[in-house]
Structure formats: structure tokens, C-alpha cells
Ligand binder design. Structure first.
Ligand code: ZN
Length: 223
């Protein structure tokens, strides 16, 4: 690949409703990106090294639970071989019973009680339509380069797990939210970005959110 050909994105959806039209309008607004959507239950067939060969980046915007051992192995193999991954918003709650998914994303939103360092934690929380301020941790990182702290109206998540290995990109002091709300890490040979933001059109239409998602896609693609 070179720096001029479009980044080819596979967007995975299913298992959670969203405002389709403004969501895909955001992707249509991105220069240098082509995208295709695949919905569960058809997505796992595309998340294999062979089937995903035509894509540079996988964007997860699904919230899905059932997955076969074969599909788990294929997805891990795909990432180990190097395929950019951007996980958005409710994808943090997928595959509650698959431990390795938490390592792939770098955290988990829990539907049930969970344990952290031997301490029992209550289930994770959510709050709709919160107006809050987002802080950029590192303005030199390619995903947040050129961005300033910004305001957004969006859904917050609280009491979710963030693994110590990740590098925080965004934080907030909003009390209904975890402090770290976006991060990056590597899984196998793949770059991974998780962004908690992105419930509905208030996020999709926010120019800061658009820039964040686009810069994340470019960075995980190695551009
Ligand atoms: Zn949501």
C-alpha cells in the first residue's frame, strides 16, 4: 500500500441499534476512505485472514455475543498477522464470555459483576445525553494530533475495565464516566484504537469526533 491509495475499511455492525444514516454519513465525509458494512450474523465469515485480505482496517461498531471457537481463532489470527482495528463505543460490551476479546480491545464494559485485582466490582453503567468536556492526553500522537480539548454531547460509560497495558488518548472529569475514554495499544502485529464516544448523531456530527475517528483509521492503517 502507499500513502495515496484509499484506506479500505470493513465496518462491523449488529446486535445494537444506532442511527444508520448519520453514522454512515460520517464515513462518507472522510476523504481517502472507502468502506463496506457487514452485519452480524454474517460478520465472522469476513473476519478471517483470507476474507479480510481486501481491507486495511476493521472498524467494530457491533455489540455481539455468540462466537464459535473457529471464529475466535480466525479473528485472533487476522490480528496477529497485522490488520488495523478501530473499536467504537458499544463494541466494548461484545463477547462478554470471551476473555481474549478483552485483551484485543484493551478493556471491557461488563453486563454483570466483575473482578479487578481480586476486588468485586458492580456491573458497568451508561448515561445518555451527557454534555461533557474531553481532554486530549497527547497532542503529538497521530490519532489526536492537532486536536484541542473539546465538548461533546454523548453517552458516557462508567465502571468499565481498562487494562494497564494501554496508552490513554482521551480523558474526562465527567462523574458518570470512567476517566480514560480512549486508548491505543498493539495486539499481535495490529494497531488497535478504542474510542468510547459515539452513541448517536450528536457524536457523529461533532467535528472533533470525526477527526478522531478518521485519524484513528489512518493510524491503524499505518498511514
Ligand atoms: Zn450507546
Amino acid at each position: 500500500m502507499d500513502g495515496r491509495s484509499p484506506v479500505r475499511v470493513l465496518i462491523v455492525t449488529g446486535g445494537h441499534d444506532f442511527e444508520r444514516e448519520p453514522f454512515f454519513e460520517m464515513f462518507r465525509s472522510f476523504e481517502g476512505i472507502t468502506f463496506v458494512e457487514v452485519q452480524h450474523p454474517d460478520a465472522h465469515a469476513r473476519l478471517t485472514p483470507e476474507a479480510a485480505r481486501g481491507y486495511d482496517v476493521i472498524v467494530l461498531y457491533d455489540m455481539w455475543q455468540p462466537i464459535s471457537e473457529e471464529s475466535k481463532a480466525a479473528f485472533v489470527k487476522l490480528l496477529r498477522s497485522g490488520k488495523g482495528l478501530v473499536a467504537l463505543h458499544h463494541s466494548l460490551a461484545s463477547y462478554q464470555l470471551w476473555d481474549e476479546y478483552r485483551n484485543i480491545i484493551g478493556g471491557r464494559w461488563y453486563t454483570e459483576k466483575w473482578r479487578q485485582n481480586g476486588v468485586e466490582r458492580p456491573p458497568s453503567t451508561f448515561q445518555h445525553d451527557v454534555q461533557f468536556k474531553v481532554h486530549i492526553v497527547d497532542k503529538k500522537h497521530p490519532v489526536t494530533r492537532g486536536m484541542q480539548d473539546f465538548n461533546i454531547r454523548d453517552e458516557t460509560y462508567g465502571n468499565f475495565e481498562v487494562l494497564p497495558k494501554v496508552k490513554p488518548l482521551l480523558t474526562t472529569d465527567e462523574p458518570t464516566s470512567n476517566r480514560v475514554i480512549a486508548w491505543t495499544h498493539t495486539y499481535g502485529r495490529s494497531r488497535v484504537v478504542y474510542i468510547q464516544l459515539g452513541h448517536d448523531h450528536y457524536a457523529y456530527e461533532n467535528p472533533n469526533y470525526r477527526r478522531l475517528v478518521l485519524q484513528a483509521i489512518r493510524w491503524v492503517a499505518g498511514r
